[in-house]
Design a protein around this ligand. Structure first.
Ligand code: SAH
Ligand code: SF4
Length: 451
């Protein structure tokens, strides 16, 4: 989400002559795109601003002023407060106002310190890229497409409903237009984005509320859309057409991020997740029935208020039962304004740390085992970037693993069958299949294959 938002900021500023820079040193404008989801992420912003203060002073002396803005969810949550807490900040902009960046930068340069954190009232999607405008800009072969924003679930630990606002879905016609425009710009793989993506219920052509499964079927019809993904899903919003999309559409990649957070029903209830651990297990079974090769990824929180050893054991058991290819896990972090933050039985920091270490050891074992099963297999890889060495390209497997291989530059942007030779901690390496398809008949085609 934040990568996508940063791209949107670059896009919004491009007409003003701004270009993205890889280091702060030569920049005229620095925007920190911030995250409010956990305390650690939010506090990082202030230490970063402290570092930028020195750079700003240096610049002023050198006669080349530097403008500093704060964007994202910390900006949204703290608004005006940021200006007094960090005098180095020239403007503050929330995630739903990035289309106003050019004016905000101008006002900041005129000496004002504007703060723009209102949620849009009339056109709820005014701040999102409009298909035809956006695609004039360069895109890699894999792109994000925001289909829905905000969240109405109100999990008791989470700030998202407050920082990103109520759930809103973009109409299907806009999304199909934007997908076509992305394809025209060279995109092969589209990841549908939303805080609660499978709650998408945008209007179809007839003005009726649709669902994400139907949207995937419609997107799969577009020539040139070769791969589809969506993230992040909520277990409660898995629906019939979505299972059907996994079953019937080869373009839908066999990989799903489906966070569960915890394995104890008592904790799931206190989190207001609105499902039990067994209901989640049943969803996983149903997904595997629909698409036997599907791999799962998840999010977990340890040390939610009131979590006992027994509750935590239930999380470990769920992880063992499901088996994850990949996962993110966090210590519970008290977030201002959320119901769980004021719970009177907070878990001790050292208990959280110990539980997190145990959970991560298990999840890492599962991820390693999953990656090891790839060795010797042939898979389609979308080559989306240059590798570290000359003559090397890197790409993504259907399971979103990074794959490195020797391949000519001309293949960048193509989907090619690759034989996986080795699995490393966070990536795979492989070889491009030339004429040796007979050795690995799975998905290989003879000759230097490009899809
Ligand atoms: N919409 C997604 C999650 C969005 S937030 C869902 O419902 O699953 C991304 C992840 O951050 C969450 O899945 C959760 O694991 C983690 N997270 C959110 N709030 C947190 C908090 N207060 N403390 C620790 N982790 C948190
Ligand atoms: Fe946060 Fe996800 Fe729950 Fe919404 S569904 S409140 S984004 S964790």
């Amino acid at each position: 989400m934040n990568v996508y938002d940063s791209d949107r900021m670059s896009d919004a500023l491009a007409p003003k002559g701004f270009e993205a820079s890889t280091t702060p040193d030569g920049a005229d404008l620095i925007i920190l795109n911030t995250c409010h989801i956990r305390e650690k992420a939010a506090e990082k912003v202030y230490s970063e601003l402290g570092r930028l203060r020195a750079l700003k002073e240096e610049r002023l002396k050198a006669g080349r002023p530097l403008t500093i803005g704060v964007a994202g969810c910390v900006a949204q949550a703290e608004g005006e407060e940021m200006l007094s807490r960090a005098p180095v900040v020239d403007f503050v902009v929330g995630p739903q106002a990035y289309h106003r960046l050019p004016q905000l930068v101008e006002r900041a340069r005129d000496g004002e310190r504007p703060v723009e954190t209102d949620f849009p009232t009339e056109d709820k999607f005014e701040h999102l890229p409009q298909a035809t405008k956006q695609v004039t800009l360069k895109r890699g072969p894999a792109a994000f497409l925001t289909v829905q924003e905000g969240c109405d679930k109100f999990c008791t630990f989470c700030v998202v409903p407050y920082t990103r606002g109520a759930e809103t879905s973009r109409p299907m016609a806009h999304l199909l237009d934007e997908a076509r425009a992305l394809v025209d710009a060279g995109v092969r793989e589209i990841t549908l984005l939303g805080q609660n993506v499978n709650a998408w219920h945008g209007e179809d052509a007839g003005g009726t509320a649709s669902n994400l499964g139907k949207l995937l079927f419609a997107l799969a019809e577009i020539d040139g859309v070769d791969r589809l993904r969506y993230t992040t899903s909520h277990p409660r919003d898995m629906h019939g057409e979505l299972f059907a999309a996994h079953r019937d559409l080869d373009k839908v990649m066999p990989y799903l991020h489906l966070p569960v957070q915890a394995g104890s029903d008592r904790i799931l209830k206190a989190m207001n997740r609105q499902h039990t651990a067994d209901e989640y297990r049943a969803l996983v079974d149903k997904l595997r029935d629909a698409r036997p090769d599907i791999a799962l990824s998840g999010d977990f929180i340890v040390g939610f208020p009131g979590e006992t050893d027994e509750d935590f054991e239930a999380t470990l058991q769920l992880v063992r039962d499901v088996g994850y290819a990949q996962a993110y896990s966090f210590k519970y972090s008290q977030r201002p304004g959320t119901p769980a933050a004021t719970h009177d039985v907070q878990v001790e920091e050292d208990v959280k740390a110990e539980r997190l270490a145990r959970l991560q050891a298990l999840l890492n074992d599962q991820a390693r085992a999953f990656n090891a099963t790839m060795v010797g297999r042939t898979m389609d890889v979308l080559l989306d970037r240059k590798g570290k060495r000359a003559g090397q390209l890197a790409g993504r497997s259907p399971y979103l693993q990074a794959v490195h291989l020797d391949a000519p530059d001309a293949l960048q942007g193509h989907i090619v069958p690759v034989r996986i030779d080795a699995a490393h901690a966070n990536s795979l390496s492989g070889s491009l299949l030339h004429g040796d398809a007979a050795a690995t008949p799975a998905t290989a085609v003879p000759e230097l294959p490009v899809a």
